[in-house]
Every structure is written in C-alpha cells, then in structure tokens.
Ligand binder design. Structure first.
Ligand code: HEC
Ligand code: HEC
Length: 481
C-alpha cells in the first residue's frame, strides 16, 4: 500500500533526489563524527558503571528490567553486528515480504539502509487554523528557525528515553499524506472520517513538517492510528477506531477529480473505520489497528506474530525499519529515536475502565474460573495475550496469517487488557461485541451483525459451546481486564 503512494510521489522524488544526495552525504559525514564522539563517551560511561574490567557492554540477567532494557539499548545503538543478529533472530518467517526486505537491507554496515543519512525533522502541530488556511488556499510553511525534533543528545535515564519516545510518537512524520491534507481543509469531512482535533485546537497525529526535499508538507505520525481523541483529550496507545482511511482516500478523489481505478475504489470502500494497511506490498489488505497495551509481555509482535519479541531491540528495529520504509527509504531515523519509541510503547498503560455497575462477586469468580479452564492455555501471559497458534486451528479468516506480506501461518492471541473497549474484534475487526465473540450465532450463515459483511464469522470457537449463563459470566470477567 505504501508502495502505491511511493509511486504517486516518484516524480517529485526523482526531481529532488540529486540535490538530496549531496546534502545528505555532507550531513552524514558531519553526523558520523558527532556520533563517534558520542559513542566513545557513552561506552566509557558504561564501562565505569557496569563492567570496569573489560569495557564491554554488560547485559544484566533480566533483559526486561529497566537496567536490562537500557543495556540492550546501548548494544542496539552501538553494535551493528548485534543489530543484524537481532534482526535475523527476530523474524518469524524469513520468506515473507516483511522479512526479505529487511534481510536484504538492514544492518549490513557498508551498504543499503546503514548508508542512509539520519533525519531529525522540523515538525509542528497541525492546527484547526491551518485547516482554514488550506481551505482558503494559503500556503503553509514551517518557520525555518523551528528546532529539529531531537537535539542529538542521548538520554541517560529511562524517564528521559520515554519522554523522547513520546515526542517521536506524536511528532515524527512518517510520510507526506496528500489525502489527509485535502481532508483537513474540510473540517466536516475530517470529522466524518474520524480525524478530530483535541481541545487545544491541534489534530493529534497530524504535523506540518519540513520534508527531506526542504518543502513544508502535511504528514502523519504514529498518533494518527495509535491514539484516540476522547472528549477533547488524547489517549496515547488507544487505537483510533473511528479513523476511516479508505473513506478519506475516496473523498480525496471525489473532491479533486483525480481518477481512481474502479477496483481500488471498491476495495477502499470495504476498509471501514479502525482498519489500516501497514504492509509494504501493493495489495490493499487492511487489518484492525490494535491497542498498544501490554506489549512488553507479548513474546511475538503483530497479529500474525511476524516478529519474535526477543528483547527491546527487536521492537526498536521494527520501528526503525517502519519509519525508514514509510519515508521511501531516503533517510532513516536516528536510532536513538527508534529505541526511545520502544521504551515509550512499553510505558503505555490503558486509561481506567469506564465505571459501570460493579458485577456480582460470584459471577466474576465463575467467569474467572471459566477463563482459566477454556482460555488461559492460549491467553496465558500477564496481559492475557500469548504465543502464536496455527491459523488453521484458530480458524478465523486466513488471509493475514497465510499472506505473502507478513504471514507466518499463525495468529497471536492479542492482549486482552481493556478488551471491553477494543471492538470490533479479531485481527480483521469482524465481530462487534464480546457477547458475539462468544455466541454460537456468529458461526451461522444467518449472522448479520458483523461490520465487514453479512454471514458467518468463523473460527475462534472457544467458549461458543458453553451455556448462555457461562458465556455471560465470561463476558463479565473480560470486562474487568
Ligand atoms: C496508518 C495507521 C498506522 C500508523 C500511522 C502506525 N500504525 Fe502501528 N499498526 C497499525 C496497524 C493496522 C497494525 C496491525 C498490524 C498487524 O498486526 O499486522 C499496527 C501494529 C503496530 C504494532 C504491533 C502491535 C502488536 O499488537 O504487536 C506496534 C508496536 C505499532 N503498530 C507501533 C506503531 C508506531 C510506533 C508507529 C509510528 C512510528 C505506528 N505504529 C504507526 C496501524 C498504524
Ligand atoms: C487455541 C488458542 C486460543 C484459545 C483457547 C482462546 N483464544 Fe482467544 N484468541 C486466540 C487468537 C489466536 C486470537 C486472535 C485471532 C484473530 O485475530 O484472528 C484470539 C482473539 C481473542 C479475542 C479478540 C481480542 C481482540 O482484541 O480482537 C478475544 C476477546 C478472545 N480471544 C477471548 C478468548 C476467550 C474468552 C477464550 C476462552 C473462552 C479464548 N479467547 C480462547 C487464541 C485463543
């Protein structure tokens, strides 16, 4: 999907690429010198703190402790061989597109992505007033004195990393979004496709930034999909379930009269809210945007378990490669920013559950007992997620699990923290409520409540054969997670 946009931008890119290469090369030389200075300084500091004898980077026994994560961060930042080894180890299926692209280009030291210049952008919040400017066809530009997102100083504490990660999550533009730019000039349309301003008049997840070609542009950040806007406040980590990317693109073609292939338009109409295609191939195959709760406890990342979560560096590499891929492989984010993102993601905790009527203790206990008996063997970890299961065994729609893009033949049980607010359910967002997840009705041809299509939503039959009372008790328990 991203490739398709890339093609649309190819003309613009070729025109600017020559100029870029020269600037980038000069910048890279300068930055390399900075980085070298920084690396030796921090290596010395580490040697003092952890391993005075050898000067090597010591790894504490528990890599998920704060100290362990910081130590792995230093290896990720300073040791190219470690990065390559971590990448190789973390790919569940080396044959899918996701893996092949990375195996071909990541962590090779003297070629491919390691040679891309680092890019720390100038980026400012996109405001409702800027939307008015767009509507009036006034050009928008970032003030050239705006500081870059990162000052080049490596944080030294976990709190420092998390704060930097929050900045990347909200402010680092992944790519130019022409469809969104068009949408923002019409607030009623923006609201209809789920792009809402916060109470401070900024649009979370949208930035005006200076692109690598030096031109100001509207871009999106992680927060467009992975933060919600509720009652004017931003909930980072909560999936933006109203965001309808397909409808947004169709509205763009409608308003601009730029033609769109009929088949593509048909597929865009089937996306629906809360789903996005984040693959790097040409197919349009959206899946549900997940909440980012409890990821530290998951031994695999993504709904098909594409990445073995061998340690914090595996997530940092996911983020580093996602960002450089999004921006058409012209620049890469400073790795400090990718590691900061990982630390920030681990720090995200769900907001308090909506306070409804307290369930009876007896019902809750029954629900918990049933969960242990019927669900816990898969939803086994602290966040109620678990290790991947063969997709045939789970039986839900197989397209993502067996697809070329990210497929592994498996689905990973998602974390169930705040699952009551996470519908529609499953990787494709095909079931609207927890009651329906557990209801046998869902498995029959006459089922018509699915948001994607009428008819049965097969698979994940766990619990559907229980008496109605037990299913109700299970739902009661799930609502407390
Ligand atoms: C256009 C919407 C969109 C944007 C922007 C986006 N994501 Fe995602 N993200 C998704 C979707 C959809 C998935 C599910 C992919 C899958 O499971 O195959 C996902 C999955 C993830 C996961 C894996 C979660 C899990 O359950 O294992 C992480 C981590 C993540 N995104 C972080 C980020 C970060 C950090 C950024 C910014 C650099 C970002 N995403 C930008 C839509 C988006
Ligand atoms: C054999 C392993 C297994 C068992 C047993 C199991 N699950 Fe799951 N569960 C999964 C997998 C895998 C998924 C993801 C399926 C998909 O997205 O296609 C999932 C998804 C879910 C979801 C959707 C969450 C979301 O955010 O979309 C819920 C809810 C859920 N399971 C609850 C339960 C309950 C309740 C039980 C017990 C009655 C149970 N599961 C038993 C493996 C299992």
């Amino acid at each position: 999907m991203i490739e398709r946009q890339a093609r649309a931008h190819r003309l613009e890119v070729t025109r600017t690429i020559a100029a870029l290469v020269i600037v980038a090369a000069a910048a890279a030389c300068k930055r390399d010198a900075d980085v070298n200075a920084k690396v030796s300084a921090s290596a010395n500091a580490d040697a003092g703190a952890h391993d005075a004898s050898a000067g090597a980077i010591a790894t504490p026994a528990d890599k998920w402790s704060e100290e362990g994560m910081l130590a792995e961060g230093r290896r990720y930042l300073d040791d190219a061989d470690f990065r390559r080894a971590t990448l190789v180890e973390s790919l569940s299926n080396p044959a899918n597109t996701y893996s092949r692209q990375r195996l071909d280009s990541y962590g090779l030291k003297t070629k491919a992505w390691d040679l891309l210049p680092e890019w720390s952008p100038q980026s400012i919040p996109f405001t409702t007033a800027m939307g008015d400017d767009l509507r009036a066809k006034r050009a928008l530009a970032v003030d050239p004195t705006t500081p870059r997102l990162w000052d080049g100083k490596r944080p030294t504490t976990m709190a420092g990393w998390i704060a930097l990660g929050r900045e990347v999550f909200t402010a680092y533009p992944l790519r130019v979004e022409v469809y969104l730019e068009q949408t923002l000039s019409r607030p009623e349309l923006a609201a209809r496709v789920g792009v809402k301003p916060a109470s401070d008049g900024t649009y979370p997840g949208v930035r005006l930034f200076v692109n690598v070609d030096g031109k100001s542009a509207v871009g999106i950040t992680c927060a467009l999909c992975h933060a919600s806007v509720k009652g004017g406040s931003v909930v980072a980590g909560d999936a933006r379930r109203e965001f309808d990317y397909g409808a947004m693109r169709l509205a763009y073609h409608d308003a601009t009269k730029v033609p769109i292939e009929a088949e593509l338009a048909r597929r865009m109409r089937t996306w629906g809210p809360g789903r996005a295609d984040v693959t790097e191939d040409d197919d349009e195959d959206p899946v549900a945007i997940p909440d980012l709760w409890g990821l530290k406890h998951q031994s695999f990342l993504t709904q098909a378990g594409t990445i073995k979560h061998t340690g914090p560096a595996a997530l940092a590499i996911r983020q580093e490669t996602q960002i450089l891929h999004s921006n058409h492989q012209k620049v890469r984010p400073p790795r400090e920013l990718a590691f900061a993102l990982a630390m920030y993601i681990y720090s995200l905790t769900p907001p308090p559950a909506a306070s409804g009527e307290a369930p009876s203790a007896a019902k809750l206990e029954t629900g918990q007992t049933l969960f242990k008996r019927h669900c816990k063997n898969c939803h086994s970890n602290e966040a109620y997620g678990g290790g991947p299961v063969a997709a045939e065994r789970v039986g839900t729609d197989q397209a993502l699990a067996t697809g070329q893009a990210r497929g592994t033949g498996k689905y990973r049980p998602p974390a169930l923290l705040r699952v009551s607010a996470a519908g529609p359910y499953f990787h494709h967002g095909a079931v609207p409520t927890l009651e329906d997840v557990l209801s046998p009705d869902r498995l029959g041809a006459s089922y018509a409540r699915g948001p994607l299509a009428k008819g049965a939503v097969p698979g994940h039959r766990y619990g559907t054969d229980l008496p109605a009372e037990d299913r109700a008790a299970l739902v009661t328990f799930l609502r407390t997670l």
